[in-house]
Design a protein around this ligand. Structure first.
Ligand code: ARG
Length: 431
């Protein structure tokens, strides 16, 4: 008779940390380990992954192609929200974690596991995202983070792997810590830890150096259907294909490099390099289309939502009530965000060339300065202004003062006055 061991589902990337974790969870913690590897777009050969998982002692190795799930459930809603953490980071890593957490929970239910595990350290944001997401989805599951518990550093882990005959991925060791999925590549540590040092070219893999990109650049036309990009230059593509296509195009033209000193949730400022060509291009295009199709007050309110969305996502609160409610709001703004945006990519620069939409609120007959086409009611402006300016006129009449320094500005600005010949000097009086 075999004694039942508790089961644990480990998020398995196939790197040193998680390979050692399979063995450690089995032998130090007494778990029967099932691994889950989610392909979010930047995963190595899945057979090799499964082989290494089983060789390290896992009883089963699940691999899920989660690219389409990432795009439809996480990337598109975030693009529609317009969310960029601290205004610049498109949140690639932060969006991948809640998806992996949800898959972990679902596999845990399937195999009857009482725990899930991940290979995150105690200093980063990612442990927060896993722990909090799992707590929100399955509060009864235990979350184990071997790297927070064992006291091994990298060289001890290598020794551990050697001592137990674990097959470790044979890669040239990168000087950086890298996380990548379809939506972007995050690079940190090594020489990048000095925020004064400019990133060496070797830190970049997806993007050409802007100065060595083709000087003629490229144009691209993106079609959106209800806030979702569906066509590139007229060609209908799946979400995954479209993002991959723009990563290639943007990358070739040096678009999508981001160098940012970022505030981590754990209170640390860290210097991060990102490559996110598709995210940067689509964000600009989507904004342009919203500017054409959404009313001013919706745009303004949406900017607040975007900031909140970015922070909630970054902080691991994707499954919070608030993020989900904001999701309903954002979705309600998108049905008419349909149309085309034309952009130019050239040596790292991204510029909009044009935009059009069947639901465009732009009316040339209102905007034009050509007299004969103009349909704007010029006379109505007088009445509008007498009301719009009323509170300020009232205040000036009753209280009679400017709240800022009201000394004449003319005193502190050099002035030249030319008087017409024979006229009395109309300028400075008195004196
Ligand atoms: N700073 C990013 C975030 O918190 C990326 C973190 C993962 N990056 C890495 N190079 N391992 O979402």
């Amino acid at each position: 008779m075999t004694t039942e061991r508790p089961r644990c589902v480990l998020a398995f990337s196939g790197g040193l940390d998680t390979t050692v974790a399979v063995h450690w969870l089995t032998h130090e913690r007494g778990f029967e380990v099932v691994t889950l590897s989610a392909d979010l777009g930047e995963t190595e050969d899945t057979e090799a992954l499964q082989r290494r998982s089983l060789a390290a002692g896992a009883v089963a190795a699940h691999v899920v192609d989660a690219k389409e799930l990432l795009v439809s459930n996480f990337i598109w809603p975030t693009l529609q929200a317009g969310a960029m953490y601290q205004g610049v980071y498109p949140l690639a890593t932060a969006l991948g974690r809640p998806l992996i957490a949800r898959l972990l929970v679902e596999v845990a239910r399937e195999v009857g596991a009482s725990a899930v595990a991940h290979g995150c350290t105690a200093k980063g944001n990612d442990q927060v995202r896993f722990d909090v997401a799992v707590g929100a989805l399955a509060p009864a599951l235990q979350v184990v983070a071997p790297l927070r518990e064992w006291s091994m550093g990298r060289s001890e882990e290598i020794a551990y792997a050697a001592a137990h005959g674990l097959e470790v991925r044979a890669t040239v060791e990168s000087p950086y810590s890298i996380d990548a999925n379809l939506w972007g590549r995050s690079v940190e540590t090594g020489i990048l830890e000095d925020p004064w040092v400019s990133p060496p070219e070797s830190a970049y893999e997806w993007t050409a150096a802007p100065e060595s990109a083709p000087p003629e650049g490229a144009e691209v036309e993106i079609h959106f259907e209800a806030g979702i990009p569906t066509r590139l230059d007229g060609e209908e593509l799946s979400g995954v294909e479209l993002v991959e296509g723009l990563n290639r195009l943007g990358g070739a033209h040096g678009v999508g490099r981001i160098d940012h000193v970022e505030d981590r949730l754990v209170g640390i400022k860290s210097r991060e390099i990102y490559e996110a060509p598709a995210a940067v291009v689509l964000d600009m295009a989507h904004r342009q289309l919203e500017a054409l199709t959404l009313p001013r007050d919706v745009l303004r309110f949406k900017r607040l939502v975007a900031d909140e969305w970015a922070q909630l996502t970054y902080d691991g609160l994707w499954f919070s009530h608030l993020r989900q409610s904001l999701g309903a709001f954002v979705a309600s703004t998108q049905p008419l965000v349909t149309g085309e945006v034309r952009l130019r990519l050239r040596q790292g620069a991204l510029t909009v060339l044009g935009r059009s939409s069947p639901s465009s609120l732009y009316r040339r007959e209102l905007a034009t300065y050509e007299r004969q086409d103009d349909r704007f009611q010029h006379q109505a402006a007088t009445g509008f202004l007498s009301i719009f300016g009323l509170p300020l006129r009232t205040q000036a009449q009753v209280q009679g003062r400017l709240w800022e320094d009201s000394r004449p500005l003319l005193q502190s600005a050099p002035r030249g006055i030319a008087a017409a010949p024979g006229s009395e000097e109309p300028g400075a009086s008195g004196g």
